[in-house]
Design a protein around this ligand. Sequence first.
Ligand SMILES: [Zn+2]
Ligand SMILES: [Zn+2]
Length: 171
Amino acid sequence: MKFAVISFNNSVKVAEFARGILEDFFTFRVDVIRAEMPSSFHNPLRNQVYAKPLLIEVKKIVQDKGYFKGLGILHEDIYHKNSSYIFGLAELNGRAALISTFRLVGDGLYTRVLKEVFHEVGHLLGLTHCTNNCVMRFSSNVKETDIKPATYCKVCESKVAHFIKESGLQR
Ligand SMILES: [Zn+2]
Ligand SMILES: [Zn+2]
């Protein structure tokens, strides 16, 4: 079984960076695929993309193409329920996750993307938010993202290691 990185529109460079993390750290077998974001998910009143239907679209692509799990990446700003914006969204222990790079741009872009990939893939593997000094800490703004480490705490790391061993996603 393979993991899919789904690049929506113009995020190919970031998608290839995410592939590197998924292959090197998680030891998953990964395909990067490109997809068009359905324009109906764009909310012109907010100039943002509603995350939930796009997450469902990621899940549909993952299921239709026979992937185990998938991570969608886009540049457009995304929102969810009562949040004015979010960095990402994932089904807990599910098939689909989503990351937006809109709020991550700047000098720290790739470190922030690394943290977001660890965080959302952590959710995909069943990790909930963590209050330790850990990448699974919830962050509501970029400052908080920059403060948290780009690593899992010992507790989360052992859960991730356990999952990877069980998953059959390894190369
Ligand atoms: Zn989270
Ligand atoms: Zn943790």
